[in-house]
Design a protein around this ligand. Structure first.
Ligand code: SAM
Ligand code: SF4
Length: 317
């Protein structure tokens, strides 16, 4: 289905939980978040009904996200059912990777075709610092497990943070030579509560590119990342610039939060509730959300915060 600005909406990011086993400083407060009442969150049945409603309106790609989707007890069952929904041709997941050693194979069997995994640093102390609870070795074991399970085109996501990992841009990019993976650098977004990081931590994608003199531009794949490649690399380097050069004109996505709110735009406050609705009710709300999708996300810069009203873990990144 097309929105009012002629964009065809084909991609849904569905958050299955707000909870997480890490507390990344740019994403979640140190104390975590208050666990919401079970009845206020979408049930497994409602999630699948929502995927069916979305698919009936032309959603073809589904990304399961969170919070950390792998802490959700019934994640394999959710993925299995979502993969079976008619019309869904691509099912992906975004994870911090910590639980992939146990779950990579079951997820592959359930029908997940692609994994995106967050990895902001290759330094164990810095990993522990940025994630507050994480262990770099566990994350790397997760990556190995995903490769062993046969996942291809894995994308590693690194948020660019000045004073934290700007010195590691070349080392992170090197991963595309060591492994058959893509590495994507994502500009830090000033969310509702971006924790410890102020405007000084913002690095525009151009500054990251400056640190990769060997990188050569390659053909775009239709996604939002600007693509480059190091000579001899097995995967691409992607630069994603939600802040310094927004891509709203090409945006084809909707988001569904774990508490059942459809967000037509990551950085806008508008939400359309689907909790408790039947298939037809959900379908109507999906239509309303698509028609209500704003032209762009409004002013967003290192110094002006997102209007989302929620942090990333409560939206689904
Ligand atoms: N827990 C999973 C993970 O970390 O990959 C999935 C959810 S997480 C919210 C999805 C993505 O959002 C991650 O790649 C994370 O780095 C990114 N993210 C979270 N907060 C962000 C922020 N303020 N700016 C840019 N990216 C952010
Ligand atoms: Fe958890 Fe992902 Fe947010 Fe980190 S970025 S706190 S892993 S939801």
């Amino acid at each position: 289905m097309q929105d009012r600005y002629g964009r065809t909406i084909t991609y849904l990011r569905m958050s299955v939980t707000e909870l997480c086993n890490l507390r990344c400083r740019y994403c979640m407060p140190v104390e975590g978040i208050e666990k919401k009442c079970h009845e206020n969150m979408l049930s497994e049945e409602e999630m699948i009904l929502a995927v069916k409603a979305a698919a009936s309106l032309g959603i073809r790609k589904l990304r399961v996200t969170g919070g950390e989707p792998l802490v959700k007890k019934n994640i394999v069952s959710i993925c299995e059912q979502a993969a079976a929904v008619e019309g869904i041709s691509e099912l992906c997941i975004t994870t911090n990777g910590i639980l992939l050693p146990q779950l990579a194979k079951p997820l592959r069997q359930a029908g997940i075709s692609r994994i995106n995994m967050s990895l902001d640093t290759l330094n164990a102390k810095k990993y522990a610092y940025i994630s507050r609870l994480g262990d770099l070795d566990q994350a790397l074991a997760g990556l190995e497990a995903a490769l062993d399970a046969g996942f291809e085109k894995i994308k590693l996501n690194a948020v660019l943070i000045g004073g934290f990992n700007d010195d590691e841009i070349p080392a992170l990019a090197e991963l595309t030579r060591r492994y058959p993976v893509d590495l994507r650098f994502i500009e830090l977004m000033p969310m509702y509560d971006s924790g410890d990081f102020g405007p000084e931590a913002f690095i525009p994608y151009t500054a990251a590119l400056d640190k990769l003199p060997e990188a050569e531009k390659v053909e775009q794949d239709g996604g939002v990342a600007r693509l480059y490649r190091l000579p001899g690399a097995q995967g691409n380097i992607g630069l994603i610039s939600p802040v310094s050069a927004h891509f709203c004109a090409e945006c084809n996505r909707l988001r569904l939060t774990a508490d059942g709110k459809l967000k037509p735009c990551l950085h806008a406050s508008e939400e359309y509730d689907i909790k408790g609705l039947d298939y037809e009710g959900m379908r109507r709300q999906f239509e309303a959300a698509i028609l209500g999708k704003p032209k762009w996300h409004g002013e967003l810069s290192a110094t002006s915060r997102s209007h989302a009203g929620r942090n990333m873990n409560q939206i689904g990144g």
